[in-house]
Design a protein around this ligand. Structure first.
Ligand code: ATP
Length: 534
């Protein structure tokens, strides 16, 4: 599938628009249109239903090592700045970037890739930011640099494989992606990914705060509140869906790497002696969730991190990955990470103590005015009344991106096939084969013609459907054309009111994927669709 076709469909049919488009757009920000908002909401609702409200704590879930509870939370985007110092985001959450002195562009150090090439005794390292057809892009850049024509491309001598410039010992021989001369890149520098803002009218450095780069910390800092206000017992999970912000140096690949995006995160708290089992459970369960919603093919995989990829506190991490069509052949992009985080987070937030200052509570300062400790100094341990044991729970964190999931479902759904038109001739059809739970519109209602009492019945059916699902009414153009318009936005069922409806009260229902049509009594439509789409 060509990514450009999907991007064009998303814009034409109202799934995704570039943010602030009439002002030229804003890089790394995307708006969901009328259909996109329904699709993304269905993704988030499916997650919330399957993980949180639909969870039955009385009944063991498939594969779970025991019974457990699930609860939810909705925290603020701006939190106490100390939280980010404690979590490590303030000091460690950065990417390396390089600047091009010639083009004035800025790149993520590990995203610029290239290859050594020699022509008439001169060797340079030519680079590109392109992900698709990388070698083609490199060849074009080399031809441009050496001023030779495409037909002479055979005279270029390539060496080694395509490598990120972050792997090179020095950058002096590198031709930056948008430069005409070599050696224009600066040495890499660290760039913190958190967006900074200011609280209140005074606006001094001490009033600065950050937009959260992940939703997880809001859960950790509320751990005690949740334990005290509900009767949850370990093992249990707290789930949250919400916006996160990262000032990505090179946002790209449609919504895959945005600067504002939504996360769906669970922090699952358990006894240290059981954490390995729970880690395995969540790793498998989260993978299966994507399979059940339609990412079933070999474009989806679960990849365990190598030991050297793990954070210092983690005893295991696995990523659910999808082979997005904009990535080079064979490469996968992260949809979700499932991490065993030990007791790192709760223990960090427990460290130290807070003292009272003019504005409220603040960390205790040392002689140089620096916080003595990073944490809150609050006791975040858990007391198990049954075993009379006090301990700091271990945490398993399945952390998913709602936008990356929505994008993967869109990519997987996109199909082009041949179907007969009204005259029975085969014609090309574009359809989005969403799982019915995710489809933005569940059913469309058509009167076959705009007379003979058909519109009245169709409007009545549409009204009934609307009370239960997102539905669409269409009486314009030939029925075949109306089907195509619905196929293209992924509507799984189309209901047609025809001459027979007027006589016996039955309608046809047509299935988007099998094209099968069958008749049901109009009173039975809601029930039939409920069974098929929820
Ligand atoms: P990457 O390596 O791709 O930058 P990450 O490992 O930093 O991702 P996490 O910090 O584990 O990502 O965040 C959890 C999830 O949040 C990711 O699996 C992804 O689905 C989503 N996510 C993270 N960054 C972005 C982004 N810039 N745009 C959209 N979704 C994102």
């Amino acid at each position: 599938m060509q990514m450009e076709q999907l991007v064009a469909l998303c814009k034409r049919r109202g799934f995704l628009f570039q943010s602030s488009e009439i002002y030229g757009g804003l890089n790394g920000f995307w708006d969901y249109g009328p259909l996109g908002v329904l699709l993304k909401k269905n993704v988030k609702d499916a997650w919330w239903r399957d993980m949180v409200v639909g969870h039955n704590e009385m009944k063991r879930q498939t594969g779970a090592p025991g019974l457990y509870e699930m609860t939810g939370l909705d925290c603020t985007i701006i939190m106490h700045p100390q939280i980010w110092k404690c979590s490590g985001h303030y000091d460690l959450f950065h990417d390396d970037m390089v600047d091009c002195r010639e083009s004035k562009k800025r790149y993520r150090y590990d995203h610029v890739q290239g290859r050594a090439v020699t022509y008439q005794g001169k060797t340079i390292f030519v680079t590109t930011m392109e992900t698709e057809k990388t070698q083609d892009a490199l060849e074009q850049a080399a031809l441009r640099f050496f001023g030779i024509r495409k037909k002479d491309a055979g005279n270029l001598a390539w060496d080694g494989s395509i490598t990120a410039i972050s792997q090179l010992a020095d950058l002096s021989n590198v031709l930056a992606p948008d430069a005409k001369t070599v050696g224009t890149l600066t040495e890499p520098r660290e760039f913190n990914l958190m967006f900074k803002t200011v609280i209140g009218a005074l606006g001094g450095e001490e009033d600065s705060a950050f937009l959260r780069p992940e939703t997880a910390q809001g859960i950790f800092v509320n751990f005690k509140n949740v334990c005290d206000s509900t009767r949850v017992k370990i093992p249990f999970g707290i789930a949250q869906i919400g916006k996160s912000f990262r000032n990505e140096i090179t946002p790209r690949n449609f919504t895959f790497r945005s600067r504002e995006f939504e996360q769906m995160e669970i922090e699952f708290f358990c006894h240290p002696s059981e954490s390995e089992k729970w880690y395995q459970y969540w790793r498998d369960r989260r993978f299966q969730w994507y399979v059940d919603l339609g990412l079933a093919g070999d474009r989806l995989r679960l990849r365990d991190h190598e030991k050297d990829e793990l954070s210092h506190y983690s005893c295991g991490t696995a990523d659910v990955e999808y082979q997005y069509p904009f990535l080079p052949e064979g490469e996968f992009g992260e949809l979700e990470g499932i991490a065993h985080r030990g007791d790192f987070d709760l223990r960090s937030h427990m460290e130290g103590k807070l003292v009272r200052d003019g504005n409220g509570l603040a960390p205790e300062l040392d002689a140089n005015g620096q916080p003595k400790h990073r944490g809150s100094g609050k006791d975040l341990s858990y007391y198990d009344e049954a075993t009379r044991e006090r301990f700091i729970p271990h945490v398993i964190e399945p952390s998913a991106g709602a936008d990356r999931a929505t994008l993967a479902f869109l990519c997987e759904a996109y199909h082009v096939d041949q179907v007969p038109n009204d005259k029975g001739e085969p014609t090309e059809r574009v359809s989005l084969k969403f799982h019915p739970r995710l489809a933005p519109i569940k059913a469309a209602v058509f009167p076959l013609v705009k007379k003979d009492g058909m519109p009245e019945i169709a409007v009545e059916i549409y009204g009934e459907l609307k009370k239960n699902f997102s539905a669409f009414y269409d009486d314009k153009g030939a029925v075949g054309r109306r089907y195509r318009r619905q196929d293209e936005i992924g509507t799984p069922y189309c209901i047609t009111v025809d001459g027979q409806t007027v006589q016996d009260g039955t309608v046809t229902i047509r299935d988007r994927d099998s094209l099968e049509q069958w008749r049901v009594k109009k009173e039975a439509i809601v029930e039939e669709l409920r069974e098929r789409t929820t």
